[in-house]
Ligand binder design. Sequence first.
Ligand code: HPA
Length: 246
Amino acid sequence: MPRLAIIGGSGLARFKELEITECRVVSTPFGEPSAPLAYGLLGGREVVFLPRHGAEHSVPPHQINYRANIRALKDIGVDHIVAMGAVGGIREDMAPGCIAIPDQIVDYTWGRAHTYFEQDRSPVTHVDFTEPYCGELRERLLAAARAAELEPIPDGTYGATQGPRLETAMEINRMERDGCDMVGMTGMPEAALARELELSYACCAVVANWAAGRGDGPIAWEEIVANLEQGMDKAKRLLLELAAGL
Ligand code: HPA
């Protein structure tokens, strides 16, 4: 039974380095995850892969069933989750193509089913989220990135926005004042749900573009796609190193 799961984001709905051995449709009390769970071998190690936006990249960030995704992984015995995510770079060093391993989150999302603790789940539980990512898994990601000669950015605050539209330049200025270094749309409530289910969770962020107002003019989708392709190649090298070190 694989204990490591990789949640794929934009640019990583398919993963040819992963030799898929079996796909399983699973359901949870919260509904079905974004796609069947793909069991497979990555660098000879068992892992399970779940594309967050669906196998055809058709589920937008605000409509992802985050609860079903995390619960499905918990139910099959996963204990570590590496979440891949495309982000826009806010901080000066977060240039397109970089890999960053964030260590903090600011949540600007709204209206998403964001907790397992409601109604009949008692007593009410307030999980600690002081450090939203697992420190040990972050260290492993950083070591894997360095082994793959990627020069990862070793920290940063991930600002999670609602989407699906991109931000205004002034929203990005406000996020910067709040301490955000990068902006993405899927980091929450995923990280908090993993914490509620006591799963070790860390994020590998791939910078796809300069955030709104930080580059030259409007953000072009073609630019995001091209940078993601390059960034995700790096991320796959990181994942292979990570699997090799398991
Ligand atoms: N904003 C929000 N999410 C994103 C961005 C962005 O600029 N780029 C990739 N995901």
